[in-house]
Design a protein around this ligand. Structure first.
Ligand code: UDP
Ligand code: MG
Length: 335
C-alpha cells in the first residue's frame, strides 16, 4: 500500500505488472447523426487495444452531453443500457465545448483519459501509439495535426497567425494541437486545482509540466452533421486564450500611451518653436481635430481592453460553478 502511494506521488506509474485503465471522454453537442458510428468505431478500437494487451478491459467510453437539443442523450442512454463500456454525463444546459470537456476531465477516473471530439475528425488509428507513449512514461500525450489541408484558407491563415501572436506574448502552446490528448492521473489531478472560470485547456495543459510526447495525425472531415464552432465562438475562444494567459494587451496600451504622449510632446515643442522663432501661425484645424480623434480612439480601445480584464476579475470573484450535471448513466467504475 505504502509503495503504491509513494509511486503515485513520486513518479510516473509503472505498467509492467498490470494493464492501465484508459478512459475516453467525448463532449457532444447535437451529435445524433454521428454518435452511433463514433460509438461503433470506439468499441472496435477498445476491443483491439485490449486484445493487444495495451489497456485494461475495465476501460470505458464517456460521452458528455453538453445540453443537446436533439436525440444525443437518448442515444447515449441506449448505448449504456446495451454495453457496460459506455457511460454518459448530461449537463443541465449548453456550456460550451471547453466546459463540457472539463466536466469529463474532473469527474472521470482511471490511469489516463483520452479526450477527443465526437465527430470522428480525430483519427482513432493513432490511439495505440498514444497509449504506448503513455506506457513508456509520458504522462501527457498531445495529438498534433500533420497538415491543415482539410481547413479553409481562412482557418489555416488565422490559426497560424494566432499561434505566432501567442508565442510572441510568451504563451506556450503546442503547435497544431487542439484538445485531442491523453492525460495521466497526475496531470489530471494537477488540472483539478485550476479554478479559473474561463478555460483554455490547450494553454493550461502545457503549463502543468510532466513528461510529454506528441503523436501526429491527419484530421479528417466531419463524419456527419455541422460544425458547432461558428466564427463567433472561435473568436471568443481565441480571446480567452490571450486574455487568460497574458496581460500583454494591457502592456500594449501602455506602450501606445507612451508613444502618443511623445508624439504630442514633440508637436507641442514644434508649435512653440514656430511661435517663438517665426511669424507663422499653426496651420488649420487638422492639427487639432486629427489628434483629438486619434486620442479618442486609443482611449476607447484602452478602456475596452482594461474592461475585458476587469470582467475577468469580476467573473473570478463570483466563483460560479462551470457546469451543472443533470444526470448520469452507465456503469461508473470506482477509481
Ligand atoms: N461541442 C460541445 N459543445 C459546444 C460545441 C461543440 O460539446 O457548445 C463538441 C462537439 O459536439 C464536438 C466537439 O465539441 O464533439 C468539437 O466541435 P465541432 O466538431 O463542432 O468543432 P470543429 O471541429 O468544427 O472545430
Ligand atoms: Mg469537429
Amino acid at each position: 500500500m505504502e509503495l503504491i502511494e509513494r509511486q503515485h506521488f513520486l513518479g510516473a506509474p509503472d505498467f509492467r505488472e498490470r494493464l492501465p485503465v484508459i478512459n475516453f471522454v467525448l463532449p457532444c453537442y447535437n451529435e445524433e447523426e454521428v454518435l452511433p458510428e463514433t460509438a461503433r468505431r470506439l468499441e472496435r478500437l477498445l476491443e483491439s487495444l485490449e486484445s493487444e494487451q495495451l489497456i485494461s478491459p475495465a476501460s470505458s467510453i464517456y460521452f458528455v452531453d453538453d445540453g443537446s437539443r436533439d436525440r444525443t442523450w437518448a442515444l447515449i442512454e441506449s448505448l449504456s443500457a446495451h454495453s457496460p463500456r459506455f457511460c454518459g454525463i448530461k449537463l443541465s444546459r449548453n456550456r460550451g465545448h471547453q466546459n463540457a470537456l472539463l466536466c469529463g476531465l474532473m469527474s472521470i477516473h482511471g490511469d489516463a483519459l483520452i479526450s477527443l471530439d465526437a465527430d470522428l475528425q480525430d483519427d482513432l488509428d493513432i490511439i495505440a501509439d498514444m497509449v504506448r507513449a503513455f506506457r513508456a512514461g509520458h504522462e501527457v500525450v498531445y495529438a498534433v495535426r500533420r497538415r491543415r489541408d482539410t481547413d479553409t484558407f481562412f482557418k489555416r491563415f488565422t490559426a497560424e497567425g494566432y499561434y505566432k501572436v501567442l508565442a510572441a506574448m510568451g504563451v506556450k502552446l503546442v503547435f497544431n494541437h487542439a484538445d485531442y490528448r491523453l492525460m495521466g492521473r497526475r496531470p489530471l489531478e494537477a488540472l483539478r486545482g485550476y479554478r479559473e472560470p474561463h478555460l483554455f485547456l490547450r494553454g493550461l495543459v502545457p503549463l502543468l509540466g510532466y513528461r510529454s510526447a506528441t503523436v501526429e495525425f491527419d484530421r479528417a472531415e466531419r463524419f456527419a452533421g455541422e460544425s458547432k464552432y461558428p466564427l463567433t465562438k472561435m473568436l471568443s475562444l481565441a480571446w480567452q486564450g490571450i486574455s487568460s494567459f497574458t496581460p500583454y494587451p494591457l502592456r500594449l496600451i501602455t506602450g501606445a500611451g507612451v508613444l502618443v504622449s511623445l508624439v504630442s510632446l514633440s508637436m507641442a515643442l514644434w508649435a512653440l518653436a514656430l511661435r517663438v522663432f517665426t511669424q507663422d501661425a499653426l496651420p488649420g484645424w487638422a492639427s487639432t481635430v486629427i489628434p483629438m480623434y486619434f486620442l479618442g480612439g486609443i482611449q476607447l480601445l484602452g478602456l475596452g481592453v482594461i474592461g475585458e480584464y476587469l470582467a475577468k476579475v469580476f467573473e473570478s470573484g463570483k466563483q460560479r460553478p462551470r457546469y451543472q450535471v443533470e444526470s448520469i448513466c452507465g456503469l461508473w467504475r470506482a477509481p
